[in-house]
Design a protein. Structure first.
Length: 128
């Protein structure tokens, strides 16, 4: 049986809901849906989808690094947006993944956990 490594970002919701920010089993790392929460627990980039996307991807990068992976190991992302017409979300995603080019899906949702959140992203990585 492969070992399981869990990483917590320390948010209040992880123990309440029962999830980890990232879980690595063998060579595969799954990063939970991640929002633009800053280190102080506050939302970064209220009203700014590009700023939120960049913060989300930085949070994902930190979660990957915590389990020994990196942004270059990402093979799949799923992007949830509250407004599909916000091209800046895709452009910000592209600024991180221009050369990596993981498989990606973008889906419009009615809302996220907070009405001020415009984007949430989850990721999968394979560590070689």
């Amino acid at each position: 049986m492969a070992s399981r490594v869990k990483h917590s970002s320390g948010t209040k919701w992880e123990p309440i809901v029962g999830y980890s920010r990232a879980v690595q089993v063998g060579k595969v790392v799954h990063v939970s849906g991640t929002t633009a929460t800053g280190s102080n627990g506050e939302l970064v980039g209220v009203g700014d989808a590009a700023a939120q996307t960049i913060q989300v991807l930085r949070n994902i990068q930190r979660a990957l690094e915590a389990v020994g992976a990196g942004i270059g190991d990402v093979v799949r992302t799923r992007i949830y947006v509250t407004d599909m017409s916000r091209e800046e979300v895709g452009r910000a995603h592209g600024s991180f993944f221009k050369e990596i080019r993981p498989a990606t899906t973008m889906v419009e949702v009615r809302r996220l956990v907070s009405p001020d959140m415009l984007v949430e992203i989850e990721a999968e990585a394979i560590v070689e």
